[in-house]
Design a protein around this ligand. Structure first.
Ligand code: GCU
Length: 437
């Protein structure tokens, strides 16, 4: 009897081993068939032979009057040509059209059955920051990986809450670069760090680490949350890219805020710079719970008009960090052109409407992010804000350096520095304060 049981067990162990080997081999084979990496796999699926070089003149300032390759799409005209004249038409018809374009062609789709995230406080510390008593919670959000246990995803963030608050406080959340994570002083010198500025308002701040859920490179696309959902396989052309995955993670952080009695989850702001400036816009576009946004130097793939011929171009993203986007985005630097995009970035801003958005850039050394192109997108985003009863930028005139354009529900400022969010934080906090009295 015993020996039969033993042999059955042995047989099971052997077949399982063989099975594991075959699935590994099948996986390797199917990956190989598509190419040696995600880019090759995407290009093969899309039948793209090569990526076009970006035009050479993109950092020259003496462009023609508006510097556009072609007219930008009208946010208030349906694909069938009909004009959008009411808020209801915007919500029921035009906005869903735009969401579909951004999903399919630019940022990729979030899979339908994304797993549950369970947040745990890994560590709590009572301390002071800049003289303010605070509670610092180091948080880990474990993503349920029972569907594919060989990929583990633990989202990381640090939450710092004023200890003496009498009622739930607003949260300013930053999508933080790894090199800045756990650092308090990003701006040694004149200005206090953004974290201290936030604490001085009586608000909490959160530093959220995007690469903890999705690596910031193409090789990582078969791992992290994207890899987990694809069970280690390459992406399909309309699958989500890095920005959309990071944005999804930011929403999971907001889920946690809703459960923390010290926080007011109705007043959550989101800031990101550069690739995370793109991500902040995407996160707020897809999650209406983000109450106010600061997108800093987000450039191409963020607030900058794709069709503006300064700074980074679609072709640059396609030949560089294309993995922040859906595979389909590569098409626009292959067989198609920027002017074939069914949308432009003003419509990404419009997906956040009627919520307030502040956009910033630098006047000296931030040309790659094309502050002018970001400003133009914000101007073009205005009509939707107005249709929804809000105020646009209030000007079409590109402002002087350090002049804050914050009178409306769309805000803009070109600070005197380079590629940094630091020099616009004070203005952004002033902008957000209009809403969080
Ligand atoms: C590169 C990239 C930009 C991006 C930036 C960043 O410069 O071309 O699109 O915004 O990196 O995130 O630092």
């Amino acid at each position: 009897m015993r020996s039969t049981a033993c042999s059955i067990l042995l047989l099971c162990a052997v077949t399982q081993g063989v099975f594991a080997q075959t699935t590994d081999k099948a996986k390797a084979d199917s990956l190989k068939k598509l190419g040696n990496n995600d880019r090759e796999a995407s290009m093969r699926q899309l039948n793209i032979k090569s990526i076009r070089r970006a035009p050479d003149s993109i950092l020259k300032k003496n462009v023609d009057k508006d510097g556009l390759y072609g007219p930008i799409p009208d946010a208030l005209t349906l694909t069938n040509g009909k004009k959008v004249t009411t808020a209801a038409m915007w919500w029921k018809q035009r906005r869903p059209e735009l969401v579909e374009y951004f999903d399919r062609e630019i940022y990729g789709r979030v899979p339908a059955n994304t797993p549950k995230v369970t947040w745990k406080v890994a560590n709590t510390e009572q301390t002071t920051h800049g003289g303010v008593p605070v509670i610092v919670k180091t948080m880990v959000g474990h993503v349920d990986n029972s569907s594919y246990p060989s990929i583990n995803v633990d989202i990381q963030m640090i939450l710092t809450i004023p200890a003496n608050a009498k009622k739930p406080v607003p949260v300013m959340m930053e999508l933080t670069f790894p090199e800045d994570y756990k650092q308090l002083d990003q701006t040694p010198g004149a200005e206090p760090s953004w974290q201290l500025q936030v604490l001085n308002k009586g608000w909490a701040y959160c530093m959220f680490l995007p690469p903890s859920l999705q690596a910031d490179n193409a090789a990582g696309l078969t791992q992290g949350i994207i890899g987990l959902m694809n069970k280690g396989q390459y992406r399909k052309p309309d699958d989500w890219g890095g920005c959309r995955a990071w944005a999804w993670g930011a929403s999971r952080a907001l889920d946690y805020f809703e459960t923390d009695k010290m926080l007011d989850a109705k007043r959550v702001g989101l800031e990101g710079h550069s690739r995370y400036g793109k991500t902040a816009l995407v996160a707020a576009a897809y999650d209406p719970r983000f109450a106010v946004v600061y997108s800093s130097s987000s450039g191409e793939g963020g607030a900058k008009l794709h069709r503006h011929n300064l700074g980074e171009q679609v072709e640059n993203l396609a030949s560089g960090p294309y993995y922040w986007f859906a595979g389909n985005f590569l098409k626009y630097a292959g067989p198609l052109h920027t002017t074939d995009l069914p949308v432009d970035s003003h419509e990404l801003i419009d997906l956040i409407a009627p919520r307030p958005v502040f956009i910033g850039g630098g006047a000296n050394g931030d040309d790659w992010a094309d502050p002018k192109g970001m400003f133009m997108a914000e101007v073009a985003a205005g009509p939707v804000y107005k249709l929804l009863g809000k105020k646009d930028l209030g000007t079409t005139q590109y402002p002087a350096i350090d002049e804050a354009v914050v009178g409306g529900d769309l805000g803009f400022r070109l600070h005197h520095g380079g590629h940094t969010p630091a020099l616009n934080w004070a203005t952004f906090i002033e902008f957000a304060s209009k809403y969080w009295k």
